[in-house]
Write a protein that binds this ligand. Structure first.
Ligand SMILES: [Zn+2]
Length: 324
């Protein structure tokens, strides 16, 4: 029998589902809209039907499949309770007992588990990716927000209530930019994709940079890909955006290193596609902020998870971790 698990990534717009094998390959995948189901019971009903259909499809390709369980990644996912709690970008309100509801449809499976999306990415890196042989590492996910997953002594750190590892909300600049969470100066307000955009506009104003390739973009349209494209063409403002983003990120990572002494820090998400543009200043700043006992020891690496399927693959890895 070939053992597989199902990964489910619940996002504000789409819920992506995939059947994933032991090596982290997606055998078949599908998605449903997250908000279009009226209430949570109908959503669970439709999600269960989509998962069943996908399992049937996978078994048509290979009848010797054994499905071990379902792993779910969701914003504000609480591993201990199997709940999604007050997720700001989801259409579900309050505390949703997602695992309990889903288990009613899948009592034949060995494991149904849920955690937040950054934790799922970290477990994916540990089970299938670049952290296979590591017991201590950290994952930073850069996107609309900045998430993180902390692995210590081979285990993901969940903390007392299941929400450990919110490195994106550490204070980087006292009294600084307003963060999406409502506090001031958090790392996420500087190092997320929207944070990079905010940096770009600050620099355009600072240099009165009418000749920058970014100068004719509106605030609404500018995104991190445009900043990357301009930086590659030698645009001064765009290059300084990456320098500053790396500077802030390295400062935050150095603090995480001081707390946990990891072997490596993995960076995941859209802005990491910029390669050296983001990695070089991040590593330099991290080294500048580290205690001497940590200097030149900590690897800062791109995630080895395939960007397109990483959320599904990461979520599916939860099942293997559950059954270890
Ligand atoms: Zn915050």
């Amino acid at each position: 029998m070939k053992q597989v698990s199902v990964g489910v990534d619940i996002g504000g717009t789409n819920t992506a589902i995939g059947v994933v094998d032991e090596s982290g390959h997606v055998l078949t995948k599908d998605n449903i809209k997250t908000p279009d189901h009226g209430d949570i019971d109908q959503y669970i009903q439709d999600l269960s039907a989509a998962i069943r259909k996908l399992i049937t499809n996978a078994k048509m390709l290979n009848e010797n499949l054994e499905v071990l369980g379902i792993g779910i990644g969701a914003p504000n996912g609480n591993y201990y309770n199997g709940t999604i709690e007050y997720a700001p970008n989801l259409s579900f309100e309050g505390i949703v007992p997602l695992v309990e509801l889903l288990k009613k449809h899948f009592d034949d499976l060995k494991a149904v588990a849920l955690t937040n999306d950054a934790n799922a990415a970290a477990i994916g890196e540990m089970i299938y990716g670049g952290a296979k042989d590591m017991k201590n590492f950290v994952m930073y996910t850069l996107g609309t927000g900045v998430g993180s997953g902390l692995v210590v002594n081979g285990d993901l750190v969940y903390g007392a209530d299941g929400f450990a590892g919110e490195c994106g909300h550490t204070t980087l600049v006292p009294g600084g930019r307003l963060c999406g969470c409502g506090a001031l100066g958090h790392l996420e307000a500087y190092c997320s994709a929207p944070g990079m955009k905010r940096t770009a506009f600050e620099l355009l104003v600072k240099y009165n940079a009418n000749n920058s390739l970014l100068a004719d973009k509106s605030y609404k349209e500018l995104n991190s890909k445009m900043i990357y494209d301009a930086a590659v063409q030698g645009d001064k403002v765009a290059n300084e955006v990456f320098e500053l983003t790396g500077h802030y990120l390295g400062q935050g990572i150095a603090d995480t290193v001081h707390h946990l002494s990891p072997e490596a820090v993995f960076l995941f998400g859209g802005p990491t596609a910029a390669g050296d543009l983001i990695f070089k200043p991040t590593i330099k700043s991290m080294e500048d902020h580290l205690l001497p006992i940590f200097k030149n020891k900590i690897k800062v690496l791109p995630s080895k998870l395939d960007a397109g399927d990483a959320a599904i693959v990461g979520a599916s890895a939860l099942v293997w971790k559950e059954l270890e």
